[in-house]
Design a protein around this ligand. Structure first.
Ligand code: SAH
Length: 229
């Protein structure tokens, strides 16, 4: 198994594959003005196993196209949608968020939680706007400084990992620069990281390690034979 397959397998059982919660998705929905409208076309980009798609399908009169690179995540999304009784409202598409299969001006809303960083915030919002109808809504979550003066160690780490990291004001300015009118934003509570993302992932470690013990042994064996070559 390659690293990516292992990463997918580690994450698949979790409720979310990034920070967020159903409650916070609903809070963004409240801001969006989409509630009460009918026959909406919505895309969830980097949908993973469907954390936000499922809430959107439950709360909106909408058809949701859920897009992710990994078919294994989409299969899990379909299973969860079946269980919730919202399968008919969702179409899954295995595609990259920078090569989307949508017509220009065809979507009422684009949703993307914990995923736009894969192509970068500025690149994403610039590319995606073309798929929105006039007045269409973008809801996106993004790693963001909550203070002007974060600890040096954290600033160094994140600037190296994701040079676009910045405060919310920079993200709002980027949105305005690309023709959007910000409706509002809110920081995710700490529980959205710990309770919905990190702790479920941590709970999966023992079964994951047991399941893949073979892979770990093979890696160790390879290291073991190197010096005698
Ligand atoms: N929105 C989900 C998943 C967030 S994790 C949630 O909140 O739980 C980020 C997701 O982006 C993963 O599912 C990953 O497979 C997907 N992804 C990464 N690069 C991508 C790309 N280029 N195109 C589409 N999806 C991508």
């Amino acid at each position: 198994m390659d690293d990516m397959t292992l990463l997918v397998d580690l994450h698949r059982p979790s409720p979310r594959l990034g920070p967020g919660s159903d409650e916070q998705t609903r809070r963004a929905l409240d801001l969006s003005g989409l509630r009460g409208r009918t026959d909406l076309r919505v895309a969830d980009l980097g949908c993973g196993t469907g954390a936000s798609s499922l809430v959107l399908a439950e709360d909106l009169d909408a058809h949701i196209t859920a897009v992710d690179l990994f078919p294994e995540f989409l299969a899990e999304l379909e299973r969860r949608a079946d269980a919730l009784g919202v399968r008919a409202a969702i179409t899954t598409v295995a595609a990259s968020m920078d090569e989307l299969p949508f017509e220009p001006s065809s979507l009422d809303a684009i949703w993307s939680e914990g995923a736009i960083y894969n192509i970068g915030f500025a690149t994403g919002v610039a590319a995606w706007r073309h798929y929105l109808k006039p007045g269409g809504v973008l809801a996106v979550s993004e790693i963001t400084w909550l203070t002007a003066d974060p600890p040096a160690e954290l600033r160094e780490h994140w600037t190296a990992e994701y040079p676009e990291v910045g405060p919310a004001s920079a993200k709002l300015a980027a949105l305005e620069g690309h023709g959007y009118t910000p409706i509002g934003y809110f920081p995710l509570p700490v529980s959205s990281w710990l309770d919905r993302y990190y702790r479920p992932l941590q709970a999966r470690f023992p079964s994951f390690l047991e399941q893949h013990a073979m892979n770990v042994n093979i890696v160790v064996a390879r290291f073991g034979i190197l010096p005698s070559r």
